[in-house]
Design a protein around this ligand. Sequence first.
Ligand code: NAD
Length: 253
Amino acid sequence: MDVIFSKNAFQGRHVVIIGGCGDIGMEIARQFQAAGASKIALVDINTELAKGSSFIPIQTDLSKVESIEEAVQDLYKISDKWHILVTTAGIFIGKTLLDCEANEWDSLMEINARAVFYFSKLIAKSMVQRKEGKIIHIGSGSTYYGTPGSGVYSASKVVINQLTQTMAVEWGPSNVQVNAVLPTVTETKFLEFVTKDPLHSKFRKKLKEKMPMGELLQPEDIAPLVLFLASKSANAINGAIIPIDGGSRLVST
Ligand SMILES: NC(=O)c1ccc[n+]([C@@H]2O[C@H](COP(=O)([O-])OP(=O)(O)OC[C@H]3O[C@@H](n4cnc5c(N)ncnc54)[C@H](O)[C@@H]3O)[C@@H](O)[C@H]2O)c1
């Protein structure tokens, strides 16, 4: 990994990552650790990967409002100051709109949208009071397209774009900057469904051809921008929705 932040760039900073045990979340956690963050809490339904590390695991089902409240209480027992929140929890259900059921809509919205809103709100309250904070959401490049089989997932991720803008204007005056990073398809366990699904395999192949390097993204392509947005150097960046896609969204065919 290229080192763009010094070993103590985030010294004294407390970072919480929801969905932090996922592939993108873990890479972000590792890069914050390499840049000296003092505490890194990983909130996830599956915290196995955090075992044996110096990360703080907070096992939580983010689809439940009460669990989110308990997780935030636990976080405040560990520290009264969380400076940086990254939201990367997410699920995918790959179905066409005709096949997608109402309960699947609910599941996607609960985790990809409501959990992001509610967790951010609970953490931002203290950031706003202290007049200091950084929130970075992981949205999705799928919000630029109509992709067959991704409609409800993409709708849940559009919520992130709007939340980013409104959080930025509501909390920005209190020195809390909120931005979103929108990756396109990234090689993680999130993509396991693709191998089983011909519709998505076809999309993935087309997308790979549109990527300038002919390769899909890796978690290492996402994390550095998250760290930059969490740094003081990015204090003037607020409410930005930034794609990471090698420019593939601009290729028409
Ligand atoms: N991989 C991609 O192609 C891609 C592309 C664009 C955006 N994204 C977004 O990036 C984010 C991270 O995805 P990833 O690729 O690292 O996938 P991942 O599956 O490795 O990570 C997602 C994490 O969310 C956690 N999670 C899911 N449901 C949860 C729940 N109810 N409670 C608590 N935690 C829960 C999972 O346990 C997992 O650790 C997601 O928000 C996803 O929408 C991914």
